[in-house]
Design a protein around this ligand. Structure first.
Ligand SMILES: [Zn+2]
Length: 417
């Protein structure tokens, strides 16, 4: 348990950190047993639509289905391809349009494979590894979705994966897929110190934050969500996870930033669900720090948030001389990492929930000012919008968002190691 000692040294007294036991961490290295069939016998989901987006850095296959189902993903050589087989029937037999332009995937096809199976093949322009694969249950007007993400890999690793006898993975539901580790690499869980994720539920105590028309307060919504996200992340065995507050208390904006910095967090995530005077503005979005706000809405949001300290009778952080020094100190690396973290989170949210247009935004939020801790602020939605407010009180929606964020955090952290 050396990492505990090493980690504890860094923790300031009032930061709440959840550690995993070594036993739980070890258990996470074993892939989960495939679950029993999720659908009733004879009740075969229908494949409604399929699409591929592909660039040089990444490719994603999304299959829309009438329900969740079992699926398997494996890679084949000569020629290089990724094959997805799922228990489903296909509605349209039209050949999907081949991905255009240059990217990891050069073509794809789908067709029946037996009476109750559909096979989708992705022809590869370059060696890849399956970064993650998961299935989302149908939600509101969205169909169930099977999502498979591919990232570039070396030819040697690709061939090694092809030859692995257990290369085929069959998964029923994997809301929280752990990114695969290439052969020979050690998993994150095996390292002495796990990355520390600090989650910051906005507002608290006298500062209730935004308030919905039904009286619901932002401070309570984001705290409940932070606890949910924390337990999901801890379950992966990949992270240490700390909250800046786990009760209804007030913290100054500076205290939130300091907690992340003093504990040398690997990622700081501030959670909000604000309101705006245009009730039609809705959807989730993620902010990194920028002097120039993406839009007027973003500027106003940040300005309101930065007044949080005033509400509780503290000086606003802008007046502290130290702040302007901090801004100049923010390294290019931290900015870049914050952007990458935001992008990874958006990538995972995108198939799951409604996002604002241009969901990765910039604004001058004070809590994003750590010069040395990559930081993002997540607006889960707007309490000034009725649909968002409904979502923010719906467990299934909150679970979906938490799972997507946990995946995004895993992808970001994986890319940093
Ligand atoms: Zn807020």
């Amino acid at each position: 348990m050396t990492f505990l000692a090493a980690r504890a040294r860094l923790i300031v007294p009032f930061l709440i950190v959840v550690f995993l036991t070594a036993g739980l961490a070890a258990a996470q290295e074993v892939p989960p047993e495939p679950e029993a069939t999720l659908v009733e016998a004879g009740d075969i989901p229908t494949l409604l639509d399929s699409r591929v987006t592909t660039t040089q850095d990444r490719a994603r296959l999304v299959l829309d289905l009438t329900g969740t189902t079992e699926f398997g993903v494996h890679t084949l050589a000569d020629p290089m391809r990724v094959v997805v087989e799922l228990r489903a029937q296909s509605e349209d037999d039209a050949t999907p349009t081949a991905p255009s332009g240059e990217g990891l995937v050069s073509g794809y096809s789908k067709g029946p494979a037996g009476t109750d199976r559909v096979r989708v093949e992705l022809a590869l322009a370059a060696p890849v590894q399956v970064q993650q694969s998961y299935i989302l249950e149908a939600f509101e007007d969205q169909p169930a979705r099977l999502v498979i993400d591919l990232v570039p890999d070396s030819e040697a690793n690709f061939l090694a994966n092809v030859q692995r006898p257990d290369a085929e993975t069959t998964v029923s539901t994997a809301e929280l897929a752990t990114p695969e580790t290439a052969p020979g690499e050690t998993t994150t869980a095996a390292s002495d110190v796990r990355p520390l994720i600090v989650i910051d539920p906005g507002h608290g105590g006298v500062d209730g934050g935004a308030r919905a028309s039904n009286g619901l307060e932002e401070k309570n919504i984001v705290l409940a969500f932070a606890l949910k996200l924390q337990s999901l992340l801890v379950e992966t065995g990949q992270f240490d996870v700390a909250l800046t507050r786990d009760t209804d208390v007030f913290l100054t904006l500076s205290e939130r930033v300091s907690l992340a910095r003093q504990n040398r967090a690997d990622l700081f995530i501030s959670l909000h669900a604000d309101s705006f005077d245009q009730p039609d503005v809705r959807g989730a979005s993620i902010y990194t720090r920028g002097d120039l706000a993406t839009s007027e809405i973003d500027r106003v949001l940040a300005e309101n948030e930065n007044r949080a300290d005033l509400i509780a009778g503290f000086n606003p952080p802008e007046e502290a001389a130290a702040v302007s020094a901090l801004l100049d100190l923010m390294s290019r690396t931290t900015r870049r990492q914050s952007y990458l973290a935001g992008q990874a989170l958006i990538d995972q949210l995108e198939p799951s929930v409604q996002l604002r247009r241009f969901p990765l935004r910039q604004a001058d939020f004070f809590v994003l000012n750590s010069p040395d801790v990559p930081s993002v602020l997540i607006e889960l939605g707007f309490l000034s919008n009725a649909d968002d407010t409904e979502n923010l009180t719906t467990d299934a929606w909150l679970d979906r968002v938490a799972a997507a964020l946990a995946r995004g955090i895993a992808v970001y952290v994986d890319g940093q190691s």
